[in-house]
Design a binder for this molecule. Structure first.
Ligand code: NDP
Length: 321
């Protein structure tokens, strides 16, 4: 019997894991296995910045395994403005989850880092050995240091107690249940929302920057499957990058084109080249993942984007806008 607690279970990635567990055939590679109970906890089930509430949550569900996704997550603007909040909230959340897992005998914890926590000046492609090789970008150092400390903690728990605590490093994630708030959204949900409004209001769809930068995007449902695979098969303290291949990078223009098509927008569509582009590319290698996971099919980008846009249009009234 195992109880898998997913913290951050109400967010983009947590909802995708819940969807996969509930829709894949029982007993299949990514479906629910006999004897498994899955619990998806959001912040309403307990504020993980608070030690007592974390303890209460663990006492209630008695997890044997934890997929730890809960985090204060935000776009560039929020990260720059609230550095101390991003540092403290995430340090507290991570320490409470890992230490309570330690105290209650949880067998395995997979925490979630991000390719945003890598050094600003680093040799590309990113891989699992480069997380601590330099200062993070100044814009998000609070979030970055808090996340990097998870890897440090995992090593300390392993060295002192032999625990099976590890971490995953996703690239940019998108999918149903994303954050579509125009102020704080990541690039895909932000552009989807903007395009939707342009169509509704008969105004131009303006994309910030030249559209040339390249990024690796992973569909939340593919990421969910990889988390489920990691839970069952990956027992190493070293982190694992969960990403599509470097050859699958897409430009922001390709993203915007696909959004225009999926939304059915036929109005004026331009790029505001006066706006900053950010880094041209910051590729991450998925070599280690591919050497371990065996046969795995990533959903083609346009199909995943279509499904995400469809979800947004159908759920506009309740989506995080
Ligand atoms: P979301 O913002 O969609 O979800 C965040 C989740 O964390 C929600 O379930 C939220 O609960 C929960 N949460 C936040 N604060 C607290 C708290 N104090 N106590 C308890 N729960 C809390 O994030 P994502 O799903 O996008 O991210 C999941 C993980 O993936 C994070 O660790 C993030 O750093 C990482 N990641 C995300 C990427 C992306 O592109 N989105 C890229 C790489 C990594 P509620 O909503 O109920 O308040």
């Amino acid at each position: 019997m195992s109880v898998i607690l997913v913290t951050g279970g109400s967010g983009l990635v947590g909802k995708a894991i819940q969807y996969v567990i509930e829709t894949e055939p029982e007993g299949s590679r990514f479906g629910k296995k006999p004897g498994e109970t899955w619990v998806f906890a959001g912040s309403a089930d307990g504020d993980l910045r608070d030690q007592a509430q974390t303890k209460k949550l663990f006492e209630k569900y008695k997890p044997t395994h934890v997929i730890h996704l809960a985090a204060l997550v935000g776009g560039l603007f929020a990260n720059m403005k609230y550095k101390l909040d991003f540092l403290r909230d995430n340090v507290l959340i991570n320490d409470n989850v890992l230490h309570t897992s330690h105290l209650t005998g949880v067998k395995k914890v997979i925490s979630c880092l991000s390719t945003c926590v890598y050094p600003d000046k680093v040799e590309y492609p990113l891989d699992e050995t480069k997380i601590h090789l330099g200062l993070p970008h100044d814009s998000n150092f609070g979030y970055a240091y808090a996340k990097r400390m998870v890897d440090v903690s995992n090593h300390a728990y392993k060295d002192q107690f032999g625990h099976n605590f590890t971490s995953a490093i996703p690239t940019n994630v998108f999918g149903p249940h994303d954050n579509y708030d125009l102020e704080s959204a990541h690039v895909i949900p932000g552009l989807v929302h903007k395009c939707y409004l342009a169509k509704k209001n008969g105004t131009p769809f303006v994309v910030g920057g030249t559209g040339k930068p390249l990024r690796q995007f992973i569909y939340s449902q593919d990421l969910a499957k990889l988390f489920i695979w990691m839970l069952r098969n990956y027992d190493d303290v070293e982190p694992l990058i969960l990403s599509v291949d470097e050859t699958e990078e897409v430009s922001i223009k390709q993203v915007a084109d696909a959004i225009v098509k999926a939304v059915g927008f036929e109005g004026e569509y331009t790029f505001d080249t006066a706006r900053a582009d950010g880094q041209f590319r910051k590729p991450a290698s998925n070599k280690k993942l591919l050497s371990l996971v065996g046969d795995f099919q990533f959903t083609p980008f346009e199909q995943a984007l279509d499904e995400s846009v469809k979800w947004f249009l159908e759920n506009y009234d309740t989506a995080r806008t």
